[in-house]
Ligand binder design. Structure first.
Ligand SMILES: Nc1ncnc2c1ncn2[C@@H]1O[C@H](COP(=O)(O)OP(=O)(O)OP(=O)(O)O)[C@@H](O)[C@H]1O
Ligand SMILES: [Mg+2]
Length: 221
């Protein structure tokens, strides 16, 4: 479904380029649930961002359902991102001046058309799944860190995408809420969603079908 071959990525640091991904290959099948683990700074977020097309690799090949994404124009990438990919970021990026429901509907707010009642119902349903239906009209600033993270998750769910890319989705959550979110991911996976999740938590990585371990930009396991 999604295939990355020999991906290389460097970032400039203090005048020199530092290699962050050094020939990484990852293959995702339809319906996969993969956990990416590794130390802080090992390249997990960078790898996830390359897979979700948010970061263009310097070398290697990324293909999605047969289409070459490495050489694709931004416009084509945008179409795929919009229809097929959902992302939960390590830092959740909620807009402070939009309420919870509006933040959840953000993927649909690109145009001037108001969102349909049906979409709003779907967003409320996603908020209910993450336990926040009663806070739909609040601003993010009035929510706890874990609640904000759950809004970000609802936002990723409101699209019916094919792949969910989740970067530490339980990072700022207490154990209980974290487990609730992992239960939700398992449920979504059961419904056919393909999931790639970065996590620090070994117990959560075990819930995935397989684990990819990255160390200093190289897959070691
Ligand atoms: N935009 C960037 N510019 C320069 N360096 C970057 C950039 N993004 C990442 N890096 C560097 O690349 C390395 C890997 O970063 P990355 O965010 O992928 O790590 P990570 O495994 O997700 O770490 P963590 O577990 O702390 O989130 C780090 O040394 C980081 O400083
Ligand atoms: Mg990271």
């Amino acid at each position: 479904m999604l295939s990355a071959e020999h991906i290389e990525k460097s970032f400039p640091s203090e005048g020199a380029d530092v290699a962050v991904l050094k020939g990484v290959s990852v293959h995702l099948d339809e319906g996969d649930y993969v956990a990416i683990v590794g130390r802080s700074g090992s390249g997990k977020t960078t790898l996830l961002n390359v897979l979700s097309t948010l970061v263009r690799p310097d070398g290697g090949l990324l293909t999605y359902r047969g289409a070459n994404l490495t050489s694709a124009a931004e416009k084509q990438l945008n179409t795929i991102r919009k229809s097929d990919f959902s992302v939960i970021f390590q830092f959740h990026h909620l807009l402070p001046y939009l309420n919870v429901l509006e933040n959840t509907l953000l993927p649909f707010m690109g145009s001037f058309r108001p969102v349909s009642t049906e979409l709003e119902h779907r967003a409320l349903n996603c908020l209910e799944r993450v336990g926040l239906a009663d806070k739909a009209r609040r601003l993010p600033g009035n929510l706890s860190g874990g609640e904000q993270q759950r809004v970000a998750i609802a936002r990723a769910l409101v699209k019916s995408s094919k792949i969910l890319f989740a970067d530490e989705p339980t990072g700022s959550l207490d154990r209980n809420t974290g487990e609730q979110i992992m239960g939700l991911l398992a449920e979504l996976h059961g419904e056919g969603l393909t999931i790639v999740m970065v996590t620090h938590e070994p117990a959560y990585a075990k819930l995935a079908q397989r684990t990819i371990e990255i160390e200093d930009g190289v897959i070691v396991h």
